[in-house]
Design a protein around this ligand. Structure first.
Ligand SMILES: [Zn+2]
Length: 142
C-alpha cells in the first residue's frame, strides 16, 4: 500500500481567533478553561458567541464560567497518518469530542494510548503552548 503524498507543511496550525472567543483564548494563557453559560435558561454554550443564547434565543444573558476541565470521551478517532508533515512526530494520536462535566462539548486531542481509548473514558484538561497560544489538550485519567 502506498502513502498519499503529504503537503510540505512544517508548522503545526494555530487557532484563528474571533472577537467573540478572545476571552476564551486569554483565559487559556492562565491555564483556565472557560465557556459561556446563559443565565436565562442555564444552558452551557460553546464555542463562544457574542451575546446570544442559541438555546432560548435570549440576548444579553451570557456569562463566562470556568470549567473543572474534567469530562468524558463522547467520541474519538485515532489518527494514524499525519495530515501534513508537521504531524509526523505525533502520530498516532487521538482526536475526539469531550463532554465536560458542566454539560458542554469541545473537540480536542486526547492523550493516552490508543488501546486505552474508549467512549465514556474519563479525561482531564492540560495545556500545551503553541506559538503565542495555549491550547487545551485532554489526558485519559486512569
Ligand atoms: Zn438561554
Amino acid at each position: 500500500m502506498t502513502q498519499a503524498p503529504q503537503p510540505a507543511i512544517q508548522e503545526l496550525p494555530l487557532p484563528q481567533v474571533t472577537q467573540d472567543a478572545l476571552p476564551y483564548w486569554e483565559a487559556l494563557k492562565e491555564e483556565k478553561l472557560i465557556f459561556q453559560r446563559c443565565t436565562s435558561c442555564k444552558s452551557a454554550i460553546f464555542p463562544p458567541r457574542s451575546d446570544f443564547c442559541p438555546y432560548c434565543n435570549t440576548y444579553g444573558q451570557i456569562e463566562w464560567e470556568q470549567s473543572t476541565g474534567h469530562g468524558k470521551v463522547y467520541s474519538f478517532s485515532v489518527v494514524e497518518r499525519p495530515p501534513t508533515s508537521a504531524w509526523n512526530d505525533r502520530v498516532p494520536y487521538n482526536l475526539g469530542f469531550i463532554w465536560l462535566d458542566e454539560d458542554w462539548v469541545i473537540f480536542s486531542e486526547i492523550r493516552g494510548a490508543s488501546k486505552d481509548m474508549a467512549i465514556d473514558a474519563s479525561v482531564s484538561v492540560e495545556y500545551e503552548t503553541r506559538g503565542d497560544f495555549v491550547l487545551p489538550i485532554f489526558n485519559l485519567r486512569t
